[in-house]
Write a protein that binds this ligand. Sequence first.
Ligand SMILES: *Cc1c(COP(=O)(O)O)cnc(C)c1O
Length: 392
Amino acid sequence: MNFQEIKALDEGYVLQTYGRNQIAIDHGKGASLWDTEGKKYIDFTSGIGVCSLGYANETWAKAIYDQAMKVGHISNLFYTEPYALLASKLVPAAGMAAAFFGNSGAEANEGMIKTARKYSYEKYGEGRATIITLKNSFHGRTITTLKATGQDHFHEFFFPFTEGFRYAEANSMDSLMAAAGDDVCGVMMELIQGEGGVNPLDRDYVQAVAKLCAEKDWLLLVDEVQTGVGRTGTLFAYQQFGIQPDVATFAKGIAGGLPFGGFLTNEKCRNVLRAGDHGSTFGGNPMAAAAANVVMDTLTPEFLEDVKKKGQYLRKGIAGLNSPCVSGIRGMGLMVGVGVQGMTHKELKDKLMAEGLLCLTAGKDTLRLLPPLVITKDEIDKGLEIMARVMK
Ligand SMILES: *Cc1c(COP(=O)(O)O)cnc(C)c1O
């Protein structure tokens, strides 16, 4: 089918809930993609930070195929090897005590919120269930995670929302103290606000929040759905902020393109959720777990060091364009935000796409770049050449 045929079917039969790019993707290899009309693109999106190993990675595809030919799904009522193996790789590398496996970021955050509330209920009783989250955050699209998201426009239409969230200004301890109270059980944050505009939190602030949480026995809840799994150059971003969360979530990049999410708890929280308290039919599906094992095996210390270097190279390259459209460059590793001025972020994204470079947007005025972690220097150079052409 060509693009127009695919689009007609989509518009005829699919809820139109996305502002879509006007191309249909057919296939890819590494960090390159081809649309249905045969046009080639350099990919700085990895499907919103998901395809960490790029497209058509053979080791990844073979692991999924091999697992599908053994057992593709069996539910959490049985043990499986890829699942247990994945937990044994992820948990120690994250400095945590135990994992729960689900399917998506929002679902992972729901589990983290449940952990915080049950921990507090069992220790302190009722009335201590409020979670402080940060303004401009993004935590998901379920009724609860929409309410956890600290942006007013996500709190429309779908009333009644889950109670028990208050919002504090990022990077302000004064604002956090103003939101504090006897009803609080945790603080939840992204260390780099992704959807909000690729805004890294200050290291001092993050450490002060961690210290306050420890003093008050509030759980420190870190949403690493976007920043996790090597994206910032360490397995988790918190490893570069000098903190250890009580619970941390992950999703997007973990299985390199199959649906997978979950959360990790420290020793203190590992027995909060017990048999019957939480679950998921698809969570930890053996094919997705097999794929995630390939991702974890790829993230060696050398590979992660290289992610940092490629991120620096990309940021330096963008700064070197001296483009009048760029108001600033933010981010860590291969999570890069470029402030856009003189046109909207969407206009710039569309111009880059027309020239063969796929990018994301975030916040009000940010071009967001999340290339596959395996992107080559050559592919980065090609992306920078396109940026130079469009943005000079
Ligand atoms: C994408 C994202 C989510 C939601 O993940 P889904 O898989 O879409 O449910 C939650 N938190 C953060 C920080 C995200 O970037």
